[in-house]
Design a protein around this ligand. Sequence first.
Ligand SMILES: [Zn+2]
Length: 433
Amino acid sequence: MMIRFAIVPLLLALNFSLCKKHETVSQNPQPAGASSPASGASTAGGSPGVAPVAASPKITKPVVDQTAQTIIFCYHLLVDKVRYPGTEITPAAFEAQMKELKDRGITVIPMQDLLAWKRGEKNIPPRCAVISFDDGWKSQYEVAWPIMKKFGYPFTMFIYTEGVRGGSLGGGGAITWEQLADMRDNGIDIEAHSATHQDLREGHTITLASPGGKKTRTKLTGPQYEQWVQNEVVGSKELLERRLGIKVNCFAVPFGNYNEHVKELARNAGYEAMFTVYGQPITFTSPLDSLGRYAIEANKPKVFADAVKMIGTSTGGAAAVAEVGAKDLASQPADGATVRTALPLIKANLSGIGQIEPGSVQMRVSGLGVVPANYDPKTGTVSYQVTQKLREKSCSVFVSAKSAGKKVETHWTFGIEEGAAAPPAATTPTPKR
Ligand SMILES: [Zn+2]
């Protein structure tokens, strides 16, 4: 018994060292976007302190900030004395990194918020991070969780089911089902990381454990492989869902080793997102079947430093502008419409953008410049009744506002019916455009 417990962590440590191969050096060294610290999550639709929206037009889908970026971190064991720097980190170093995120104004968001943002359902702060822990180690429950609580950070646990205590690979350092249930009860996201944590591609060497506990190295192909990989990808998800009564929609691929076939299996099993260890900033258009995570190791502090740099610094630089479609703002007169009056009421509903910073709303109208528009924070509506006849046959409106420290802008153009427009001033003929 003792021997088994000693051997298992060793095997795991050997396995994990393979992860290094798949780590990626940062590409695109341009810092992204935003310049000011994220001022907390701005979720679309009502936020605390804002009166309930009364009779404003219903926006079924909020306008999400498509310029936001996230970095996803992946941690393994937390130990006081690092012996395997490829997968371990000291609690002090871990805590310092969590603090650094806070100091840099990088908001830690739940994985499920990231996915909701990708679906266009929820806004996330311009610069944020997701924290995940792989494999299911006891130290994640005992050491990492209290630190995360201290900062109020959400996180995700990626579990390989045979590694949970009591499973064929669940040694003394493994987390228990009871501990996972405790985490679940406290809102921690628990997701899948296969059954036995091996290379999931057909024909690769794997270790099979017979019911008697005997282990054999082998390469599976054909129907035998299909049966095995099915259990790794689908069986592990079903087991987590059954044991914990949860919905699992994320799959972290062991070592990041997969191919189209594995992706297809995962998609068919109902996974919404798949994660690798090729760290890179996640953007609105990043493919959901290969979201890269930064694996943080004790011997490579630079990985964390680089990841944080990738989503920009909180000082200097011009504020990024997020362009939103006027259509989503129920603009009036609507984009492309023609009105019969040269004195229209111009309106847009900004409530879908998120929490608007008071006093930041500005409207410009072609031919008039900045106009004294009215902004009603209760309904999120910005409006301006034109009082001076518009002279051109078409009119462009520009509305800008600040939300979560970021400038958001929209513009649209409507037409004014011939004859309604005021006659051109003086006798200079208006050139055709
Ligand atoms: Zn792993």
